[in-house]
Structures are given as structure tokens and as C-alpha cells.
Design a protein around this ligand. Structure first.
Ligand code: CMP
Length: 226
């Protein structure tokens, strides 16, 4: 897939004409990352905006006691790195490649110019930032209110929304993150994640096959656990 085709499939750039996409793509550089590579470091200076063209990344911060807290997982078509470019502060989080990943990158001055030139991109950006804020609000609520099992179920719902594909009411996450990563998202231990996944499987809510996880009836699962 060439850069223009790729941009066309990214929600941020939908609505733009071929010629606009061409102009934007000419300013973008493709970069590759290996599994586990730190792409951005918390508090470092921000000069680049990223659109994921292949693979997925995790957004993390370190807690005071040295644990990795996962704020979000981002997949193909998602973007990151906009916050520092907009407010001039350091990077708000680390970005780490979960598997082999590739991103289209654009430098700060070009990014800001594109936002001014194409207000539709700015609107899509705001829509996505609003979605992220809502998710963070839900995460704060779930961390303070529910027990570990429910937090894990809510984390699975989030992963399904962020990385899953839907078919006939079932949502499949093809490449489920490691249990330690799910634990870090839910604020619990890897052992509790392992135990809870087994219970959910025995109760018929989910199925697992290697790295894939299927939530069989997504609507019902959401009603029960969120
Ligand atoms: P920036 O602060 O430049 O660098 C780190 C990036 O992580 C940040 O921009 C956002 O793109 C992304 N990020 C930070 N917090 C979240 C979140 N809660 N959900 C999704 N992405 C986030």
C-alpha cells in the first residue's frame, strides 16, 4: 500500500481529496520499530507526530514504585505525539512498540501548518481526543470502584474497542497483549489476570485460541461488566 492509500484509510484524514492527501503524504517519512522499542520517552521534547501504519504500540507511564501503568493500546490508523506539539510541554507518556511496528511521521512545523490548512483534520483530532478523555474518565472510575475481576473485564472491553474486529456480535482481538500488560492496564497482578481469563472462559463469555481472544456476545458482556 502506498502512503496516499494508507492515509485514506486513517479516520483523521478521511474527507480529504486525493490532491490534499498527496500534499500531506509528501511531508511524511516512514519509520520502522522493532518489538519492545521505546519510540517516545516521557518528558522528552516533542518534535514529531506519528500515525501508525503497521503493528501496535502501548502508551505507558511509570508509577512511583516503578510499575508500568498502561494508559492505552493504539493500533493501525491511530495517531500519537500530538499533545507535546500542541502545548509545547514534554511528552506526556512513553510509547513502546508491542510488536514490529511502522509509523508515518511528520515534523512539528508541518503538523501545525497542516492543522491550519485543513480544519477537517483538526476536527477529527478533537473527536479522537474527546474519545480518549472519555475512556480515561471510565478508567479512573473503574480503578476506584470495582474489584480486580471487573477491572479485567473492563480492560478486555477496552482492548476489544481499540484493537478488535466485530463479526456477528462477537469481537475478536487477534493479538491479545501479554497477561502482564493486561494486568498493568487493570491495576492488578498477572496471576489474577490468568485466573480471571480462565473463569470467563469456563462461564462461556470468552474463547481463546493462542494469542487470539473472542468475546462471544460483546453487547451482553458490556452490559454485565461495565
Ligand atoms: P505526547 O504527549 O506528545 O507523547 C505521548 C503521547 O501518548 C501523547 O502525545 C498522546 O498521543 C499519547 N497519549 C497520552 N495519553 C494517552 C491516553 N490516555 N490515551 C491514548 N493516548 C495517549
Amino acid at each position: 500500500m502506498d502512503k496516499i492509500e494508507l492515509l485514506q484509510s486513517v479516520p483523521l484524514f478521511s474527507d480529504l481529496s486525493q490532491s490534499s492527501l498527496k500534499k500531506i503524504s509528501e511531508r511524511m517519512v516512514t519509520r520502522s520499530y522493532h518489538k519492545g522499542q521505546i519510540i517516545l520517552m516521557e518528558e522528552s521534547l516533542g518534535e514529531t507526530f506519528f500515525v501508525i501504519s503497521r503493528g501496535s504500540v502501548k502508551v505507558t507511564r511509570m508509577s512511583d514504585d516503578g510499575r508500568e501503568v498502561i494508559l492505552a493500546m493504539l493500533g493501525e490508523g491511530d495517531f500519537f505525539g500530538e499533545m507535546s506539539l500542541l502545548d509545547g510541554e514534554g511528552r506526556s507518556a512513553n510509547i513502546v512498540a508491542i510488536d514490529e511496528a511502522e509509523a508515518l511521521t511528520i515534523k512539528r512545523s508541518d503538523f501545525l501548518e497542516i492543522l491550519e490548512q485543513f480544519p477537517k483534520i483538526a476536527i477529527h483530532l478533537l473527536e479522537e481526543l474527546t474519545r480518549r478523555l472519555r475512556r480515561s474518565d471510565q478508567q479512573i472510575e473503574s480503578l476506584s470502584l470495582s474489584d480486580a475481576e471487573q477491572r479485567i473485564a473492563i480492560t478486555l472491553i477496552r482492548l476489544a474497542e481499540e484493537l478488535g474486529t466485530i463479526k456477528g456480535g462477537a469481537v475478536t482481538v487477534r493479538n491479545l497483549p501479554y497477561q502482564q500488560d493486561i494486568a498493568n492496564m487493570a491495576g492488578t497482578s498477572r496471576e489474577t489476570v490468568s485466573r480471571t481469563l480462565k473463569i470467563l472462559e469456563e462461564k462461556g463469555y470468552i474463547e481463546r485460541d493462542g494469542k487470539a481472544l473472542v468475546i462471544l456476545d460483546f453487547m451482553t458482556f458490556c452490559k454485565i461488566f461495565s
